[in-house]
Write a protein of this length. Structure first.
Length: 436
């Protein structure tokens, strides 16, 4: 009797026990809560038994997850976590909230402070956008609906991962970076524009930075000085709190990464990944996808790195390989979903809109990949030769140093673009008032 067969029997027994428990409860109002408790307790029990049966698999998975967290995730995200905590503590988010309200409100129906989440979420990678959004919500700078909009369209893969690790490292074709990153960001921006209608009948609305009778920059500076006045902690205490909170968040993220690395190894040993690939085939094969990319999508359902690697090595046509990578990056994997759930657990932000947004993001990313693939590849190929040297240098640089440099430059450029857009919006609004 193989360990996989034993796991299947345990899973079936757990499902049967859960069904009988729910059936006994009938219409009892507390039945659903107790059934959920039974379900998660059974899952934990099965997981522990699987660890006992497959100790080598568990150790290998935990080692892989720990190396990924310690060598890449921790040094790459820690400076951004600390920096975002400091910027929020010193009032820069309130300053940006007033200054960029004319852009964020009409485009995405979120307060101006959401521009900070947009900048850091689009340039640093998940799950930092969720962490900053949770902080904004806990400080009352956005409503629950606005927070759900923010985490839904600011959850992105890291730009350096898409450009260097996937395009150059896995595919060996730097020209694909334009398609992979472009479809990923374009799909999420489209999602942000559509989500402005989500919950539009909600009566709760955050305080806006709009004040037609006052100079916008002067108003933003007043908000900044007001934030300084209300901050009673000395600088050393602020820095210490920012460092402690950031490390605690990253420890939480590291735990999720290691846990899901172990779960993926166990599921692969039990043959669950193959069954999930068959399930995806029922949905995607009629749409023209090749069967060769189904195992990659099944693995990417849990963790993106393994899924993207398998997609790049599959025997499917290149356009389908890239489309599969787009789906995996947009879905972001259950590991990232669990990290987001942990970061927003102390707020009233709901996970269901986030999960639905990831499905929509995956669909849009695949669509944009197919649309952009034909015209974008020749154009990107002509630009890839001079860019290849830069990408090769970035590959030789330690991952966390390259990520810090690249993401920092992108963040400043994104902020500059938002400020220019804000000035354009204000100018157009004043012209309309003057004319009419």
């Amino acid at each position: 009797m193989t360990p996989a067969f034993i796991l299947a029997i345990l899973s079936a027994a757990a499902a049967l026990g859960l069904f009988r428990a729910i059936r006994r409860k009938g219409r009892n109002k507390t039945g659903s809560g107790q059934a959920a408790g039974i379900f998660w307790t059974t899952c934990a029990l099965v997981f522990v038994i699987a660890m006992v049966l497959q100790p080598k698999t568990v150790f290998e998975g935990a080692t892989t997850g720990l190396k990924a967290w310690w060598n890449i995730v921790f040094p790459s995200l820690l400076p951004f976590f600390i920096g975002s905590e400091l910027l929020m503590s010193f009032g820069l988010v309130r300053f940006m909230g007033v200054l960029l309200e004319p852009v964020m409100r009409p485009l995405f129906n979120v307060p101006g402070c959401g521009s900070f989440v947009l900048c850091i979420g689009y340039t640093s990678g998940y799950p930092i956008g969720a962490m900053v959004t949770a902080r904004l919500r806990s400080q009352g700078l956005c409503t629950r609906i606005e927070a759900e909009r923010l985490i839904s369209f600011t959850s992105n893969s890291g730009p350096l991962f898409m450009i260097v690790a996937v395009s150059v490292g896995m595919f060996g074709r730097p020209e694909l970076a334009v398609i992979i990153a472009g479809s990923h960001y374009l799909a999420n921006l489209t999602l942000g524009l559509l989500l402005r209608f989500y919950g539009r009948n909600d009566l709760e609305r955050s305080c806006t930075g709009e004040n037609p009778g006052r100079n916008l920059l002067a108003h933003a500076l007043e908000e900044l000085t007001e934030a300084w006045r209300k901050e009673n902690r000395p600088p050393g205490k602020i820095i210490g709190d920012a460092t402690r909170n950031s490390i605690n968040s990253l420890l939480n993220i590291g735990g999720f990464i290691i846990l899901f690395a172990v779960i993926i190894r166990l599921l692969n040993e039990a043959g669950v990944i193959g069954r999930l690939a068959d399930l995806f085939g029922l949905i995607l094969l009629p749409l023209g996808f090749s069967p060769e990319v189904m195992p990659a999508l099944a693995s990417g359902f849990f963790e993106i790195t393994i899924g993207c690697k398998m997609a790049s090595e599959s025997e499917a046509p290149l356009i389908q390989q890239v489309a599969a990578v787009g789906i995996i990056l947009a879905w972001s994997g259950l590991s990232v979903h669990a990290q987001v759930a942990g970061l927003i657990s102390e707020t009233d932000i709901r996970m269901f809109p986030f999960v639905c947004a990831r499905i929509a993001h995956a669909s849009l990313a695949a669509l944009y990949t197919v649309v952009l693939f034909g015209p974008a590849v020749p154009l990107a190929s002509s630009l890839a030769v001079p860019a290849m040297a830069t990408l090769e240098r970035m590959q030789k640089t330690p991952p966390f140093l390259a990520s810090l440099q690249f993401s920092g430059i992108l963040m400043l450029l994104t902020l500059l673009i938002l400020i220019i857009l804000s000035l354009i919006f204000i100018t157009v609004k004043k012209i309309k008032i003057y004319i009419y």
